[in-house]
Design a protein around this ligand. Structure first.
Ligand code: FES
Length: 71
């Protein structure tokens, strides 16, 4: 499944913890990277949570940033 086919993914994050978001759309753990990008030109995007909360991760492919602004 390509990133364009993905929808917004809600994710619980913990303040200070690092997360790596899938940018290739191949991860079985979307929105998190699972290493499936290995044979693509994509690399995961690192995100460090600034608070413990639920975030919306963009899955539409239109946004150049991880955090979704259309929710
Ligand atoms: S699995 Fe998609 S960027 Fe790593």
């Amino acid at each position: 499944m390509k990133v364009e086919d993905k929808k917004i993914a809600k994710l619980n994050v913990i303040s200070g913890k690092s997360y790596f978001f899938c940018q290739c759309g191949e991860s079985a753990k979307f929105p998190l990277c699972d290493g499936s990008h290995k044979d693509t030109s994509h690399r995961p995007e690192k995100y460090v949570a600034t608070s413990t909360t639920i975030i919306n991760v963009c899955g539409c492919g239109d946004s150049k940033v991880t955090m979704c602004g259309c929710a």
